[in-house]
Design a protein around this ligand. Structure first.
Ligand SMILES: *Cc1c(COP(=O)(O)O)cnc(C)c1O
Length: 392
């Protein structure tokens, strides 16, 4: 019987019954650049750490098992993973990319991949018929679901049917839900991307990225590219990711529970004009989420009545930190306009619904009473300040 995911975060099936590494429960950090050979033509299986390192390999096996892939590769960051992924395409290739993606991915596509001769159609994959955008040279569809920061939900299974029919790769950045809540390969995707910096690492302390696939031919290409370009995750960072992953399940459950409570609290605030959380039944992607994911995650976006209100909240938060990034144990609040999506042209930002009054919360695992108390204080202070400003 296939193991449940909480268990797979802790135990690698192939190691069961063994007492490797002196029985060490925590996997050792092999802080080495190179490996000795017993003789000519003999190898321990490890030659040089750019190609492979035991700590990184152990992490990759764990992540492959969480996403039900045949191979996973660990990189020094999410962007390093996506940059390597783009190397499987060649000049003249065309990709369909969702209109609402992580800002760094948009920057990579617009300024690096385009320079290398790859073209993109930016499409609202949750809304339009993607088939209408397929060209003769289209090679792949690249999506996030739910998207960042607008939480648009795309039906992965439906999209995978289109990808199959036209022989396109379906690539899903699964960072927002983590493998704990969603497994795109099981729904027909060919490649899964993760920023391991987020929920997998989970502690806002380490950068990492992953590519996972269930296709032998793609895994081979990735292995050649990582050896050639050299962005593999370092041994100590691999260990930090392994440690983070052990608690993925309990962290995600708590963060989601907190996010639901905060979404309901925000809905009751006069200054909040909209709460976008895919776990609210009124969210347009709610039914698809219920079908394709095991949870709704802990990311939520909300609109304030004014830019001034949004900025004042960012000034007034104390326990909740005004910072980029997400998926860690600490609750963070982000201003997409000047942070994650600063490099996205204003027209596109606004077309996607990101305004100067939009804030994004990555809900952490603090006690919910303290989170709500903080938000109550911040909103009250902000209202007072804006009222005083109006009067003077
Ligand atoms: C953060 C993020 C990335 C980039 O990952 P880094 O580890 O910061 O390089 C890619 N996709 C999504 C959805 C992200 O949130």
């Amino acid at each position: 019987m296939a193991r449940e995911i909480e268990t797979k975060c802790l135990h690698l099936e192939e190691e069961e019954g063994c007492c490797n590494n002196y029985g060490s429960i925590s996997y050792p950090i092999y802080q080495t650049a190179t490996y000795a050979h017993e003789g000519v033509g003999r190898s321990t299986g490890f030659d040089y750490s750019r190609l492979q390192n035991p700590t990184r390999e152990h992490l990759e096996k764990v992540v492959a098992s969480l996403e039900n892939g045949i191979d996973a590769l660990a990189f020094s960051s999410g962007m390093a993973a996506i940059s390597l992924l783009m190397e499987i395409f060649k000049p003249g290739d065309h990709l369909i990319a969702d209109a609402d993606l992580y800002g760094g991915s948009i920057r990579l596509f617009d300024h690096v991949s385009s320079k290398n001769g790859i073209s993109f159609s930016r499409v609202d994959c949750h809304k339009v018929n993607v088939e209408d955008y397929i060209q003769e040279n289209t090679k792949a569809i690249y999506i996030e679901t739910p998207t960042n920061p607008m939480m648009n939900v795309t039906d992965i299974q439906e999209l995978s049917k289109i990808a199959r029919k036209h022989d396109l790769l379906l690539i899903v950045d699964n960072t927002f839900l983590s493998p704990y809540f969603q497994n795109p390969l099981d729904l027909g995707a060919d490649i899964v991307v993760h920023s391991g910096t987020k929920y997998l690492g989970g502690h806002n302390d380490t950068l990492a990225g992953f590519l996972i696939t269930n296709r032998e031919d793609i895994s081979e290409k990735f292995r050649f590219l990582i050896k050639t370009t050299g962005a593999g995750l370092a041994p100590l960072d691999s260990w930090l990711l392994l440690r983070g992953i052990k608690t993925l399940g309990v962290r995600m459950d708590r963060a989601q529970e907190n996010a639901i409570a905060i979404a309901h609290w925000l809905k009751k605030q006069k200054a909040v004009t909209k709460v976008i959380y895919p776990g609210l039944p009124e969210h347009p992607g709610y039914e698809i989420m219920k079908k394709q994911a095991r949870g709704f995650g802990a990311m939520l976006t909300f609109q304030l009545e004014s830019k001034e209100f949004a900025l004042a909240i960012l000034e007034n938060v104390r326990m909740i930190k005004f910072a980029e990034s997400l998926g860690g144990v600490e609750t963070l609040i982000t201003y997409p306009t000047t942070q994650t999506h600063a490099d996205v042209p204003k027209e596109i930002r606004e077309k996607n619904g990101i305004t100067e009054a939009t804030l994004r919360l990555s809900v952490g695992i603090e006690n919910i009473k303290d989170l709500i108390a903080e938000l109550e204080k911040v909103f009250k202070e902000t209202e007072g300040e804006l009222y005083a400003r109006e009067k003077s």
